[in-house]
Each structure stands twice: as structure tokens, then as C-alpha cells.
Design a protein around this ligand. Sequence first.
Ligand SMILES: Cc1cc2nc3c(=O)[nH]c(=O)nc-3n(C[C@H](O)[C@H](O)[C@H](O)COP(=O)(O)OP(=O)(O)OC[C@H]3O[C@@H](n4cnc5c(N)ncnc54)[C@H](O)[C@@H]3O)c2cc1C
Length: 467
Amino acid sequence: MKRHLVWFRNDLRVDDHPALSHACASKDDAVVAIYFYCAKQFAAHDVGRNQQYLIQKALSNLSQSLEQLNIKLIILTSDDFASSIDRLSQVIDDLAITDLHLNIEYAYNERQRDKQACQVLSNKTNCHRYVADSLVAPWDVLSKQGTPFKVFTPFSKAVYEAMDKSPIHPLSMPTARAKENLNAFQTVSNSDLDEVKPTAKFCPDISENNVHKQLADFVDDSIIDYKKDRDFPAIPGTSQISPALAIGSVSIRRCYEFARAKRGEGAKTWIKELIWRDFYRSVMWHFPYVARGQGFLPVDKKIHWNRSEDDFEKWCAGSTGVPIVDSAMRQLLTTGWMHNRLRMVVASFLCKNLWIDWRWGERFFAQHLYDFDYASNNGGWQWSASIGTDAAPYFRVFNPVSQAERFDPDAEFIRKWIEPLQSLPSKAIHQFEQKPLPNYPSCMVDIKDSRKKAIEQFKVAKESEDD
Ligand SMILES: Cc1cc2nc3c(=O)[nH]c(=O)nc-3n(C[C@H](O)[C@H](O)[C@H](O)COP(=O)(O)OP(=O)(O)OC[C@H]3O[C@@H](n4cnc5c(N)ncnc54)[C@H](O)[C@@H]3O)c2cc1C
């Protein structure tokens, strides 16, 4: 009889979980699961309290779901990735594990950890690795020349082709094992986790049942209008599935499966967004230096950013004096989530109008988002700063005034988040540059001037690339 160990990481679910399903393939084998809670690693990766809280909730849900399958989830604390490998090795010895199963993670440190773990452990157990965190594996989406894509449109075409060739079939959760399986691994006891409190006032329900219902409701009621509504932050026009995807309580393939059944432009546009997630994973896989604080484009090294802590603090606190920027930052601080259109607006404002290093913004988002996802966050920030793959051209600077007029014309979103502006007409709010708004800071920069300056500085940086 074999003894299988499933190593859970950012895939805290039982549905569509290749590592779990393969471990459970034979009903006669014994199966146990493990998760390492690495507090110091979270700190090193800037994973904030919001996402840590979500992970703790998801672990408790996962433990219950696995128990219903008569599988024990062992939760152990360990400082960082390196020490988790030592502890894993010990558990494998103690429980006489014959087979270790894990779903592949694409980010740089995680990849190094898995490589090292499989090298160290291969003399005592069989390591099985599976693709679970993308629609198509990054190494299967290459150009005709066999090179990775640097631009989204041809990448997405190749993803569609790959999915046509090998259609996606998410796996159902495995059937319950015999009761004895639960008791077979009671010798290892769980660590107590230090409870983390979120900084946000709200927390999404990321239990698997709820997330599947949320997806079904979104696909039934809202996906039809997604293309039209998704850019308006006052409308709940997007799925808000991202926190569940980030910690893996739902799989990307399950999301795709829900939407594939629907026809129309809305579903098509939504699936395209899922492919953006794959795109940034592919970038991280093929160009791992982007995960080590470097811009994809070399011009990043030539830019001399503004390092004013005061300016940055104002942006973080939602006190820049630009209503659309401040309302978005307040949404983030209160809910731990921000609308995609606004992520682009606030990122552009930070990097282009305040000329602050995109890495500072990337870090702040990581520390506050429930849905913090290394690849998508890094990709989004590099795109906004015009130093990433397929990035916004450097002369494209979002104008926060026209963005607000276009996507929040009645200032409904702004009023929701900035109390002193609640009784003002939308016209006055949008004209904040001409006439200061009562009980609200005046704009910290001249929007037109700072835009012009940013373009000039970028030009200088680009020219100095040849030096
Ligand atoms: C500066 C910046 C930082 C970002 N940081 C993150 C992050 O840390 N985590 C994160 O999940 N997304 C990030 N995004 C992408 C995007 O803003 C969010 O995925 C989206 O807002 C989540 O809301 P939703 O689930 O309602 O999205 P929907 O519109 O319903 O889209 C469905 C899913 O598609 C994926 N998706 C959508 N847009 C993008 C995109 N532009 N790039 C990659 N994937 C996308 C997400 O997984 C999302 O949940 C960032 C974007 C920018 C511009």
C-alpha cells in the first residue's frame, strides 16, 4: 500500500485539485495533507494582514472539507521556505510517505523552493508535480520559434489554440476515503497559528461553496453586461472572484468552465481577463528577473524616481486631493479590494504624476489587497509604469480628471468614499482643480505639468539607455 502526502500551498481547495485527486486515485492507499504556515516568508513577500487572515480562514475551511473526505490536514508553522523543506523531510520520514504530490507555483522563490524540495526528497519519496494554477502551462504557450511571448494578443491567441487542442476539464473533488484513513496519521499534531486580524473592515467569503455560487450568479446575471459595465467602479460589474483565486479556494480552470458555457461578448471579454492572469504567470516563468525587483524593460534602471516619503504617504492615505485617486485608495483601505480601472488610475498617478517608484506602489498593494497575487500585481504595476511587457507607452499618462468624468460621471463612487464631498454636485467634484473643494485637500500636484515632466524624464531615461 502506498502512503501519499499532498502538499497544499496557494491552492486551498478540494475541487479541481490535481495533486489531491491523483493522490486519491487508488482507494486502497493512505492519504494525508500538509500545509506550512511561514510567517517570516509572508513578511519577506509583503503579504499583508488581510491576505494572511484570508489564508487562515481558508485553512480552517480546507481542514473541514478534507475531514469530510477522511483526510487529515496537518498544519505546521515554519519560519520560511527553506525551513519548511526540513520539516517536510522529517514528516515524510515519520509518516513513511512513499509519494509527495504538489501543484506547481510559478513565482521565482516558490519555484526555487519546489526544485530544492524535490531534489532533497527524491531519494526517499516520489515527487509528483501538476499544473493547476493556469489555463495552460507557461512552457506550453510559445511562439512558432519556440520563444516566450512578450505581447498579450499573440499570447492569448496561442492560449485559445492550446485550449482547443487540449480542452480543459476541471476535476471533481475526490470521493471520501474509508474512515480509517483519517486515523492513520494522528501521530503528527498541528501547530497553533498566531491569529491575524485583518486591517480592512470587510472580508470576502472565500469558502468553496460560496465562491461557486458567486461564480454561478455572476455568469447567470452579470457576465452578459461585463464588457459594458466592467470599467465603472460604481457598478458591481465584475466578478470580485480575485481573492478566492489568489489563495486558491477556486481554480482558474473552474472559472473558465463556468464562463465557457455562456456565449456572447461579455463572456468572451471575461475569459480574456482570465488569460491576462495566465500572461503575467508566463512572464514570471520565462523572465524570472521581474520577480526580483527589476523592470522587464532595461529603461527601468535609468529612471531616477522621486523618493519623497511625504508624497507617498498622501497617496497611501487617500489624501492626494484628486477625488478619483483618493476614493480608490479609501476603497482599498476599507475593503482590501480595488476596482481594476482604479488600480490603473492610482498606479498611473503614483508613477507618472508623483514620479514615485512603482515598486513602492506594488508593495503597498501587496500589503493591503485580499487578492494580492505576485504575478498579476507585478505585471499590473510594471504595465502602469511603462517598464513592463506589453506596457502602456511612456507617453500614455492616465488623466485622472477625464478618467473620473468618463467612468464615474455622476461622481457616485467618489461620493461613496469621500464623506465631505457627499453633498456636492458632480460637476464641482470633477472641477476640483479650478475651485478647491470644502473640507478636502487641494491637489498635491499640477496634473498637466507633472504629466509633461514625467514624459520628459522618461525620454531622458530612454536616451541614456544608449550611454
Ligand atoms: C496596478 C495593478 C495591480 C494589480 N494587482 C493585482 C493583484 O495583486 N491580484 C490580482 O488578482 N489582480 C491584480 N490586478 C489585476 C486586476 O485589477 C484584478 O485582477 C481585478 O480587479 C480583480 O477583480 P475581479 O475579480 O472582479 O475581476 P474580473 O474583472 O471579474 O476578472 C476575473 C479575473 O480575471 C483576472 N484578471 C482580470 N483583470 C486582470 C489583469 N489586468 N491582470 C491579471 N489578471 C486579471 C483576475 O484573476 C480576476 O479575478 C492588478 C492590476 C493593476 C493595474
